[in-house]
Design a protein around this ligand. Structure first.
Ligand SMILES: Cc1ncc(COP(=O)(O)O)c(C=O)c1O
Length: 423
């Protein structure tokens, strides 16, 4: 795909069932052409990581083949070009997230690093003994553990807003837990274990009424819906490139300029300084203050290509297509005797977690693997969610733009096979 060409829209005469020409999209992902264990690959582990289109792979190869150089430091041609391309991606991410300024976009390794950055800088300067950090009961470990570490260090308290039996946040309880000692509220946009979509704008409003800043973990939202950080009115937003068709090792922290400006740096080293003597170091301006050392330049280039790719397909079209596919998958799996869906929120995206009688999810995953079907089994880095539902693990199928109803039918057939073998 070249930038600027649309991949399948209804007006181009593609399937009326969806607004995307999914077959054309599938053809752009080389890995989807392969077989696994002699069967066509059915890849349904997208919440863990998504596959990469040729457009992204080519952009990374082109960078290394054509302009590899370190950025920000060189006066030579290649360095200038690499720097321009790197900074250009920052502007594209700004547009993609609806941020006010490029300086509010910090490149990090992924969502995990983004949250740790905020906990270790904003958190360490604002959270003290007896203070509270509020999260929810549906968080990924990466939005629990950094806050737990901070609270342990500062003698502060981690508060957890509960979820109901459908896996939805109990909003009143969340609001009640926003107290005079709450220093930050950190919550996921979309749950990786349940698929529940949180009403993040309302949650931010509730927190801001009490002058509490909010961090939104967008790892499972950005691949599935358009996100506008100014419309949400969040203070921090984090996501990972590899879940949105980009490479591993690169992610983004969005932060409101005034907050980022006031925060101390996260790591020390090259590029994040303005001047260094043995007596004193002064720090660089935003966003460089938070980007110590040589960054993952190729990762940033790949992320830029991934953002161009999904923008080109259309985030609204992606959301509509996947919404339809999730409804189909929910209906199909619910009809299989013994299948119980875990996470039945009214607002859901991308994820279908389930258990089958008392069959261990690992056994489900292993039998499906024999059929070439890739799903995830386990606690999905959300052990407290498993505890909430009193189960050790789930099997999780998670969707992307290249998945089809045929993939869901293959999954259903695979589950029938599990029932035959173990049922
Ligand atoms: C909701 C959520 N938050 C955070 C993460 C961590 O992302 P990463 O491992 O890319 O840092 C994940 C990864 O699965 C996730 O699903």
């Amino acid at each position: 795909m070249t930038p600027g060409t649309k991949v399948g829209y209804a007006e181009q005469g593609v399937s009326p069932r969806t607004e995307l020409d999914v077959q054309a999209i599938r053809a752009e992902f080389p890995i989807l052409q392969r077989t696994v264990r002699g069967k066509p690959l059915v890849y349904l582990d997208n919440a863990a990581t998504s596959q990469k289109p040729r457009f992204v792979l080519d952009a990374i190869a082109r960078y290394y083949e054509d302009e590899n150089a370190n950025i920000h430091r060189g006066v030579h041609y290649l360095s200038e070009r690499a720097t321009a391309d790197y900074e250009n991606v920052r502007v594209r991410v700004q547009g993609f997230l609806g941020a006010a300024k490029p300086a509010e976009i910090i490149f990090v390794r992924g969502t995990t690093e983004a949250i740790n950055l905020v906990a270790q800088t904003y958190g360490r300067t604002h959270v003290g003994p007896g203070d509270e950090v509020l999260i929810t009961a549906m968080e990924h470990h990466s939005n629990i553990v950094p806050w737990q570490m901070l609270c342990a260090e500062k003698n502060a308290r981690l508060r957890v807003a509960p979820i109901n039996d459908r896996g939805e946040l109990i909003l009143d309880e969340f609001e009640n837990l926003l107290g005079p000692r709450t220093r930050i509220a950190a919550f996921t946009h979309v749950s990786n274990a349940l698929g529940s979509i949180n009403p993040v704008k309302r949650m931010a409003e509730m927190a801001h009424r009490r002058k509490i800043p909010v961090l939104v973990d967008g790892a499972q939202a950005v691949p599935h819906m358009s996100v506008d950080v100014q419309a949400i009115d969040c203070d921090f937003y984090a996501f990972s490139g590899h879940k949105v068709y980009g490479p591993t090792g690169i992610g983004v922290l969005y932060g409101r300029e005034a907050l980022l400006d006031a925060m101390p740096p996260y790591q020390g080293g090259g590029d994040m300084i303005s001047s260094v003597t043995f007596e004193k170091t002064t720090y660089n301006k935003l966003p460089y203050k938070f980007e110590a050392g040589t960054p993952d330049i190729a990762g940033v280039i790949g992320l830029g290509a991934a953002i161009d790719y999904v923008t080109d397909v259309g985030m609204d079209a992606i959301e509509a297509y996947e919404h339809d596919l999730l409804a189909y998958a929910t209906e199909t799996l619910s009809a299989i005797p013994g299948v119980r869906l875990i996470g039945t929120a009214h607002e859901k995206a991308g994820v279908l977690s389930f258990v089958l009688h008392d069959v261990h999810p690992h056994d489900i995953g292993t039998i499906l693997d024999q059929e070439g079907i890739a799903i995830r089994t386990g606690h999905h880095c959300s052990q407290p969610v498993m505890d909430r539902f009193d189960i050790p693990a789930t099997a999780r199928a998670s969707l992307a733009i290249y998945n089809t109803r045929e993939d869901i039918d293959a999954l259903a057939k695979g589950i029938e096979r599990v029932r035959e073998v173990l049922g």
